[in-house]
Design a protein around this ligand. Structure first.
Ligand SMILES: [Zn+2]
Length: 407
């Protein structure tokens, strides 16, 4: 009975600590204990205890007290402190691999990216290299007094149950139990699809303080479309990525827009990716084929021809726009979300194209008379999936601070 009571108290305390951290992560300015009590609905006495625990842990810091003229009592502003907790993001993509260390206060503590064509790369060699890179980095972080709360791993493929890569066609990897790699096991990495990780990176205060402006709020619902080599996507509901029962939700690229269209690499006909994916568009325009279509120069050439008014490229883009509009209209009908963030190559389309895409979707949706669809370019972080993976690692602390504070 005593043990049960103790567990409940710990649960309550970790929940309350999490609420305090979440509130400060999402606040645009420092908050006093009284502000925090008001925001969270907790009593001032509870808030005083919780903040003293977080101050002792160094995850919060006190600013300079200001004297409020009305009451004459000094009010001490509290904010997230750097140097105490960090998360590690790891990404393996077709064009390279690397890691990012992100502090709870939003500072990128360390980042390393190795550009390399990874098509048909050996998984053991890549994870082995990451292990070496990260071992040195982790020693440095520990000597600086950091608690590493967790790590996320972004992969360009289908990830099941956070630890199994079912398939990443562009890497040539299939059925990989990720826990076989010592670095994944040691850091207890949470693996996920790169589009899901990139969608997390759009959420302000998800697990790190954010100084730049975000397009959506912390509890927003939106559809995220990632348009790099293929087309991926994520559905975010109330600030949480819907990963689905097995981890595969949001595979927007394989929505069929034509029943008897060309065969997709997934084996079905007429998927969105066949019309609107970077590789498909570049190949259809005759700019490059196979591995060469992965090259960024090919993208530059596609947009150069489009801006010059090349009729062949215009026709390909029109068809891609039709396909994207059709797929997104279906998704909006299905999910009842009105906001779409586009990341990757499709960001390069001029405003008039995105406006046309938006208007086409607006015309098609069932709720056209009452819902205004918003199509926006996603926040242009250099490596959004890597950033999202680091946030995934940090989120472990935000969700359950007490376990790290008792270490
Ligand atoms: Zn497909």
């Amino acid at each position: 009975m005593a043990a049960l009571k103790r567990i409940n108290q710990d649960d309550l305390r970790t929940h309350n600590l999490s609420v305090v951290i979440n509130t400060l992560l999402r606040s645009s300015e420092p908050l006093s204990r009284a502000d925090l009590a008001k925001e969270t609905g907790l009593t001032k006495a509870t808030m005083s205890l919780l903040t003293s625990m977080l101050l002792e842990h160094r995850s919060l810091k006190e600013g300079v007290p200001s004297v409020q003229s009305v009451y004459g009592r000094p009010s001490t502003p509290l904010s997230i402190n750097g140097g105490a907790v960090c998360g590690i993001g790891v990404q393996i993509n077709t064009d390279g691999y690397g890691y990012m260390v992100l502090d709870l206060d939003g500072t990128v503590v360390a980042e390393r990216w190795i550009s390399k064509n990874l098509q048909t790369a050996d998984a053991t060699a890549i994870f082995g290299d990451l292990d070496t890179m990260l071992s040195d980095q982790i020693s440095t972080l520990q000597s600086r007094g950091y608690t590493i709360s967790g790590a996320g791993l972004a992969l360009p493929g289908l990830v099941a149950n956070r630890t199994e890569l079912l398939v990443a066609r562009n890497l040539g990897w299939e059925r990989l139990d990720l826990m076989q790699f010592p670095v994944v096991e040691r850091l207890n990495m949470i693996a996920g699809n790169e589009a899901n990780m990139a969608a997390i990176a759009q959420l302000p205060g998800y697990a790190a303080y954010r100084r730049d402006d975000c397009l959506v709020g912390a509890n927003s619902s939106f559809i995220y479309v990632s348009t790099d080599i293929g087309i991926g996507g994520a559905l975010v509901r109330d600030g949480r990525v819907i990963v689905g029962d097995h981890g595969f939700a949001g595979e927007i690229g394989h929505l069929a827009v034509e029943m008897d269209g060309p065969v997709c690499r997934c084996g079905r006909h007429g998927c969105l990716e066949v019309y609107a994916g970077r590789r498909s568009m570049i190949e259809a325009a005759g700019i490059a084929s196979g591995d060469e279509s992965f090259n960024i120069d090919a993208v530059t050439e596609l947009f150069r021809r489009l801006r010059q008014g090349d009729p062949q490229v215009e026709a390909i883009v029109d068809r891609g726009m039709e396909a994207m509009g059709s797929a997104l209209a279906s998704l909006i009908n299905l999910s009842d979300m009105d906001t779409v963030l586009i990341g990757g190559m499709w960001n390069l389309f001029d405003d008039e194209y995105l406006q046309e895409l938006r208007n086409g979707i607006q015309r098609r949706i069932l709720s056209r008379n009452i819902v205004d669809v918003r199509i926006m370019r996603a926040n242009t972080l250099p490596l959004p999936a890597l950033y999202g993976a680091a946030l995934t690692g940090l989120r472990r602390f935000v969700d359950d601070p007490l376990q790290f504070m008792q270490e």
